[in-house]
Design a protein around this ligand. Structure first.
Ligand code: ATP
Length: 342
């Protein structure tokens, strides 16, 4: 199903503008993530799509061209998965998954076939007869997902489905979810405040800030070509270099850095993985601290820019705190963004 939103906005009583007028299209089978910090409006947008919240007048919501703007939630044929599993504790896995299908009054044979199909898809066969109370958090969330997709919803809406899980399980289920959602082939919208989660699961990510979509694109496009300072910082933690621009050079406390081109009126950002230790590099810094993280070292550097910078270094050894080092940054790796009003 293709979802089309036109001029969807939400003002709560007390004049809280939770969502500014938003246009958005999600293609058939696409997995879109709404990513942003707390309070940016992502849950409000999801609830409007679900029909749990009514948009301000003037909005249009279409499911495959059908206008559902005023349709109540139970008519929209959506599937939902929340942070809390909301499963029936006294029922088995199979019972939980079949419940919604029974309520729809489907024939028994059809229910059995659909339950088996999603049990197989979600790899729940070994637990099918267990009460859900006898499952781990990750298994329960897979049951919640299976239950949501069994009625073949037109769109699947997921609101922070992984945030109740501990860190290790979260990463595992995140990767599973990315595979599962694609197997279902259902159009899906996934709310999260975790950039790794959004990038790992979504085909496209809509980065939200203060009630609007700041930028929408593939994870790669957002990471490599952020359109605003907010997106550059939120997706991939870009660091501002500050300094003074002069032609195609940026003058910093630690030296002069070549830029890809003369860029008046721009701010220059860099990511930690693009700062290289290089004895011939144009910048000088003092190592403040070094953290060994297994695959790489994270090095805090002082004296280069006006604020401390971090570099990721994947060599077999790292400099020591207090040492002076030279750094290089390839000009094409710098992120140049038009200066924003303070
Ligand atoms: P979080 O990650 O914390 O859930 P969010 O990005 O999902 O945040 P929303 O829940 O959509 O944000 O909230 C957006 C804004 O609207 C917030 O300022 C919030 O306080 C406000 N808001 C949300 N629901 C209501 C409501 N029922 N009445 C009044 N204001 C609300």
């Amino acid at each position: 199903m293709t979802l089309t939103l036109t001029q969807v906005a939400k003002t709560f009583s007390g004049a809280t503008r939770a969502l500014l007028p938003t246009d958005l299209t999600v293609e058939q089978g696409e997995i879109l993530s709404l990513l942003g910090p707390s309070g940016c409006g992502k849950t409000t947008l999801l609830r409007i799509i679900a029909g749990l919240e009514r948009a301000d007048p003037g909005a249009k919501i279409r499911f495959d061209g059908e206008d559902v703007t005023t349709q109540p939630v139970e008519k929209r044929k959506i599937g939902m998965v929340f942070q809390s599993y909301a499963l029936f504790p006294n029922m088995s896995v199979r019972g939980n998954i079949g419940y919604g299908l029974k309520m729809q009054g489907l024939p028994r044979a059809e229910i059995a076939a659909r339950v088996e199909e999603v049990i197989a898809l979600c790899q729940l066969a070994p637990y099918a007869e267990r009460p859900v109370t006898a499952l781990s958090g990750g298994q329960r969330q897979r049951v919640a997902l299976a239950r949501a997709v069994a009625p073949r919803p037109r769109v699947l809406l997921l609101d922070e489905p992984l945030s109740a899980l501990d860190a290790a399980l979260r990463t595992q289920l995140r990767d599973e979810l990315a595979v599962l959602l694609r197997r279902f082939g259902i159009t899906a919208i996934f709310v999260t405040h975790d950039q790794d989660e959004a990038m790992a699961i979504a085909d496209r990510v809509a980065v939200m800030s203060h009630g609007r979509i700041a930028q929408i694109g593939t994870p790669e496009a957002l990471y490599r070509n952020p359109a605003t300072t907010f997106v550059a910082r939120f997706v991939g933690d870009a660091m501002a270099l500050g300094g003074r621009l002069e032609g195609a050079e940026l003058h910093l406390p630690g030296g002069s850095l070549p830029l890809p081109s003369s860029s008046p009126g721009h701010d220059v950002f860099v990511r930690a993985e693009d700062i290289r230790l290089d004895a011939q590099g144009p910048l000088t810094a003092r190592v403040e601290s070094v953290t060994f993280l297994g695959t790489h070292y994270r090095i805090a550097l002082h004296g280069v820019a006006h604020e401390p910078l971090f570099a990721l270094h994947s060599g077999l050894s790292a400099p020591r705190p207090g040492e002076e080092v030279r750094l290089a940054i390839a000009p094409e790796r710098l992120i140049l963004l038009p200066k924003e009003p303070a």
